[in-house]
Design a protein around this ligand. Structure first.
Ligand SMILES: Nc1ncnc2c1ncn2[C@@H]1O[C@H](COP(=O)(O)OP(=O)(O)OP(=O)(O)O)[C@@H](O)[C@H]1O
Ligand SMILES: [Mg+2]
Length: 509
């Protein structure tokens, strides 16, 4: 039963059964048609021979009757019925015609109107008289075909087909002609047909089954190889890929699809692992600091003031831990695409303006001037909380890394397909070698103190922009500072948007 579970065996078995069935059906139909055609041929031949015999016997009689009857005017009206002279003439005709090539293989018999045999070109003992029903129907209705089995002295038994016709004279049946022909070609056909059905068909079916099975094995070999590779794949070695077959067929497409899936899985696994690695790595230091401080404090009795200061610094450390965990969680969710964005129709310019106002609190103590400019029509379809986080992260950096007295320029413009938000500062800029890395997790430029951040702000900004179908780019500003460009897809007017429906109803995606 295990064998039957193989696709190959099932397909071959089905294929062989269908082949056998269609071959048999086809040959039965063919046989039936051939049989009918051959029968028609024999019938046509018998008809023409029977008519020929009747005509010839009549002519013979006309020529001979005067001579046989001894001449005289009476001879002209001599009837064949019950006429001994006709019997003689018919017998002579039969004798004369035994070697006629037209009658080769055909037995000619002549009967009188009582059904008695007058003459026969060959002695066929079992058929020297007319069966009563044949006799009756010929007298009443005309010609009649019959089949007889005949057992010759030597050779295979054959069937004989007989045509019996009445020969009419002065509207009365004068005598009866019967011609018999062998159905040999039909017998041969039947024998050949049996040979084909019982011997050749099974051989053909088995042969095609064997060839089909070999072909199926060759075709399925890559699948078996794929199964082996898939067995070897575990969570740890997701880097394995299926070897692609040369052909461009379905198997190749299956392997391609599987490899794509493996790539996605590997990416998901890697980001999961990175998240856990980052989390443990980043939590270790603040937790160790916290533990150390608390241990040292507990070594001896302290004053209330000292306890208060330790608790305050512990709280600060705990805040840092909470922020790291929160940031990493947000990042992991955004990157995996599981963070549900609460999207609504937003004026990006207004949102950025609010963020600029919020950030002024940090800018003023440092004497940094913040310039803001926005055009109308900067609608985007987005999550206001997340977008605020994106803008604040970039603005926070601009203030944080720009030395006192510097300048920050913020601009919101509408482009063909995007709303573009630019944040430009007059700070020290980012070294060119760091540019490709600044959006990576925990990347921090050289020379920034530990207290200034974790290196997660820009990773989160990038993830938020991408979750909105946008992007963020960094470049060196004209004066040497840093320039961030954020692109968010514009919100098309409601009448062009078939998917989003009524813009007044915020949808969740
Ligand atoms: N406007 C800027 N000017 C100069 N350097 C910048 C600027 N913005 C970012 N950087 C560099 O890119 C690094 C990564 O920035 P990111 O915002 O990801 O982290 P962070 O600001 O150090 O920490 P966090 O934002 O998590 O508090 C920074 O450490 C800094 O070196
Ligand atoms: Mg930052």
């Amino acid at each position: 039963m295990r064998v039957l579970r193989s696709v190959r065996v099932r397909i071959i078995a089905l294929y062989m059964a269908i082949l056998l069935l269609s071959l048999t059906l086809f040959s039965f139909v063919l046989f039936r048609d051939l049989e009918r055609m051959l029968n028609d041929d024999i019938d046509k031949l018998l008809k023409s021979r029977a008519q020929g015999v009747a005509d010839s016997v009549n002519t013979y009689w006309e020529a001979e009757k005067l001579e046989v009857a001894g001449g005289g005017i009476m001879a002209r009206s001599l009837s064949k019925i019950g006429n001994a002279n006709f019997v003689k003439i018919a017998q002579r005709w039969v004798m004369d015609r035994t070697d006629d090539p037209e009658l080769l293989g055909i037995i000619v018999q002549i009967f009188d109107v009582k059904g008695g045999q007058i003459a026969s070109s060959k002695t066929v003992p079992e058929m020297d008289s007319l069966p009563p029903d044949v006799f009756r129907s010929v007298l009443l209705g005309g010609k009649r075909f019959d089949d007889f089995p005949a057992a010759p002295a030597s050779g295979n038994p054959v069937s004989l087909r007989a045509l019996t016709i009445p020969v009419v004279e002065n509207q009365r049946v004068a005598y009866i002609v019967r011609v018999l022909g062998p159905l040999t070609s039909l017998d041969f056909l039947l024998r050949d047909f049996r040979l084909i059905v019982f011997i050749l068909f099974p051989i053909a079916v088995v042969l095609s089954g064997v060839v089909g099975s070999i072909m199926a094995r060759v075709t399925l070999r890559p699948i078996n190889r794929m199964i082996e590779t898939i067995h070897a794949i575990t969570g740890e070695n997701l880097r394995l890929r299926l070897t692609l077959p040369e052909s461009k067929d379905e198997v190749r497409r299956l392997a391609d699809t599987f490899n794509d899936m493996l790539a996605r899985l590997e990416q998901a696994f890697t980001s999961q692992r990175l998240f856990i690695e980052d989390l443990t790595h980043e939590l270790k230091t603040p937790l160790a600091v916290l533990k150390g401080e608390l241990e040292v404090t507990l070594k001896r009795m302290r004053s209330a003031r000292e306890y208060e200061s330790v608790l305050e610094s512990s709280l600060e450390e705990i805040d840092r831990i909470i922020r790291i965990v929160e940031d990493l969680l947000v990042l992991a969710r955004l990157e995996k695409g599981v963070a549900a964005l609460d999207k609504e129709d937003l004026e990006a310019g207004e949102l950025v303006a609010q963020c600029v106002e919020d950030i002024r609190v940090l800018a003023e103590p440092k004497g940094i001037s913040v310039r803001f400019e926005s055009k109308d029509g900067t609608n985007v379809w987005g999550d206001s909380v997340r977008l605020r986080q994106l803008f604040l992260n970039v603005l926070d950096n601009a203030i944080k890394y720009t030395p006192p007295g510097g300048e920050v320029e913020v601009e919101v413009v509408r482009e063909v397909e995007w709303v573009k938000i630019t944040v430009r500062d007059t700070g020290p800029g980012i070294p060119e070698k760091d540019l490709p890395r600044i959006f990576g997790r925990f990347f921090r430029g050289q020379g920034h103190g530990r207290e200034k951040g974790f290196g997660l702000g820009l990773s989160i900004a990038k993830a938020i922009a991408e979750a909105h179908g946008g992007r963020i780019e960094v470049s060196i500003a004209a004066g040497g500072g840093t320039c961030f460009d954020m692109f968010l897809p514009i919100r098309p007017p409601a009448r062009f948007s078939a998917v989003s429906g009524d813009p007044s109803v915020p949808r969740k995606y």
